[in-house]
Ligand binder design. Structure first.
Ligand SMILES: NC(=O)C1=CN([C@@H]2O[C@H](COP(=O)(O)OP(=O)(O)OC[C@H]3O[C@@H](n4cnc5c(N)ncnc54)[C@H](OP(=O)(O)O)[C@@H]3O)[C@@H](O)[C@H]2O)C=CC1
Ligand SMILES: CC(=O)[C@@H](O)[C@H](O)COP(=O)(O)O
Ligand SMILES: [Mn+2]
Length: 404
């Protein structure tokens, strides 16, 4: 007898629906309304965008953490006579992420705010499409344990990790990468907008310059992370947890064109690469439909248009954040959580023009040296380390502002 194939659309909850990943996810869904149904949308401050999304997709739930915005959305929903229930408060992010009617959760909230709802989805055994790399950086062991224990399915959305996943053999989860004849993982990074900028001019970099990524259109926090290459550092940690490898098994390679999204190097000399135009709808569609393939609306890669694909070593002087992240992963315990917290505070302070671009790495380094190392194997310990490092980093911002 053939397997029963459900023709009911998959019920999707999008955490962070109004962001870059959230809107790209909705664009993929828009092309496949027969396969996917939007069950819940969550946002933070972008009320206007959420109103439009509620009108178009009419989810069962729309969640906003802040009461005032939620009330305004509820009035809009009533006025438009939409069949959408508006929920307010952060606890409701977890409620929708773990709702029994939800099949798939797109985890696309930026930063530590995404951890608890994404973990709730893992504990409810959902199919998780993971964009929120910070959740894994903060609590990799806890998160991966929850995925295994509760039978959740974890599929990477981050373009590099999705690429690596596509280049790995199917049985890598059971066997581990060494048993699969794999030598190492090659994590590619563009180097961001300051790949060639004079180091003497780093102190005067503006937020808009830092957010002008050469290849990808992303939210402001991850764009700054790309400019410092902390993004690659967070991705190195993310890859360690997703693929059960050590930092030494990952080689970071600069590839300014962002056409090869990452590679797997095999012992027989083969290197498998996943390529494509830099458009997040490819990894989103890949993970949503896996193991099938669906149309993502992405233009086919035109080799005649690509003049060259180049590779280089990242310079430690230009990108000190990359080494900070790699060291944090090697040190382990609560270090990646403290690194992430300090980075979030530093990036926000830079975006608010309180500190200089070159002070981001200084602030992270000082926070790591001055806050306490701990094994941090419980969620409470991770959250405490996050809070402590965040508070410490805020104090450093104040000092830096005063000394300006
Ligand atoms: N953009 C990209 O191409 C890629 C992103 N990622 C990762 O995906 C995640 C999302 O990135 P991106 O889409 O660029 O980010 P955006 O800033 O564009 O979007 C972030 C989303 O999270 C919501 N949000 C922000 N803060 C909170 C909060 N405190 N509580 C609840 N929701 C919140 C925002 O709501 P609102 O807009 O309403 O304020 C928005 O919906 C990040 O972890 C990033 O590292 C990974 C690979 C590629
Ligand atoms: C699209 C994506 O996955 C981003 O994380 C991307 O990797 C950013 O580009 P960088 O390679 O410059 O960090
Ligand atoms: Mn990435």
């Amino acid at each position: 007898m053939s397997d029963f194939i459900s023709d009911k659309p998959e019920q999707v909850c999008i955490l962070g629906a109004t962001g870059s990943i959230g809107t790209n996810t909705l664009d993929v869904i828009r092309r496949h309304r027969d396969k996917y149904h939007v069950f819940a949308l969550t946002a933070h401050r972008n009320l206007e965008q959420l109103k439009l999304q509620c009108e178009e997709f009419e989810p069962k739930f729309a969640v906003l953490p802040e009461a005032e915005l939620a009330d305004e959305l509820a009035s809009f929903i009533k006025y438009k006579k939409l069949d959408v229930e508006v929920l307010q408060g952060v606890d409701n992010l977890e409620f929708v992420a773990s709702h029994h009617q939800v099949d798939t959760v797109m985890a696309a909230i930026v930063g530590a705010a995404g951890l608890l709802p994404t973990l709730a989805a893992a504990k409810a055994g959902k199919k998780i499409l993971l964009a929120n790399k910070e959740a894994l950086v903060m609590s990799g062991a806890i998160f991966m344990d929850a995925v295994k224990k509760h039978g959740a399915t974890l599929l990477p959305i981050d373009s590099e990790h999705n690429a690596i996943f596509q280049c790995l053999p199917e049985h890598f989860v059971e066997q581990g990468i060494e048993q699969c004849g794999i030598h190492n993982i090659v994590l590619t990074g563009s180097g961001g907008p300051f790949l060639k900028k004079d180091l003497n001019q780093f102190a005067t970099i503006t937020p808009d310059e830092a957010c002008a990524h050469p290849n990808w259109d992303m939210g402001r926090k991850i764009s700054v992370d790309s400019a410092t290459m902390m993004n690659k550092g967070l991705e190195l940690i993310e890859a360690c947890w997703l693929f059960d490898v050590k930092p030494e098994q990952i080689e970071v390679v600069l590839h300014p064109q962002s056409i090869i999204h990452s590679m797997v190097r095999y012992n027989d000399g083969s290197v498998l690469a996943q390529m494509g135009n830099p458009d997040m709808r490819t990894p989103i569609a890949h993970a949503m439909a896996f193991p099938e393939r669906i149309n993502a609306g992405v233009a086919p890669l035109d080799f005649m248009e690509i003049s060259q694909l180049t590779f280089d070593r990242p310079s430690q002087e230009r990108y000190p954040c990359l080494a900070l992240a790699s060291e944090a992963m090697k040190k382990g315990g609560n270090t990646p959580a403290r690194l992430n917290a300090a980075n979030e505070v530093a990036v926000q302070a830079f975006l608010d023009e309180k500190i200089r671009f070159s002070q981001i790495s200084e602030l992270i380094q000082q926070t790591l040296t001055s806050t306490e190392y701990d094994e941090a194997l419980t969620l409470e310990a991770v959250l405490a380390a996050d809070k402590f490092a965040r508070d410490y980093a805020h104090q450093l911002v104040q000092q830096m502002v005063t000394n300006h």
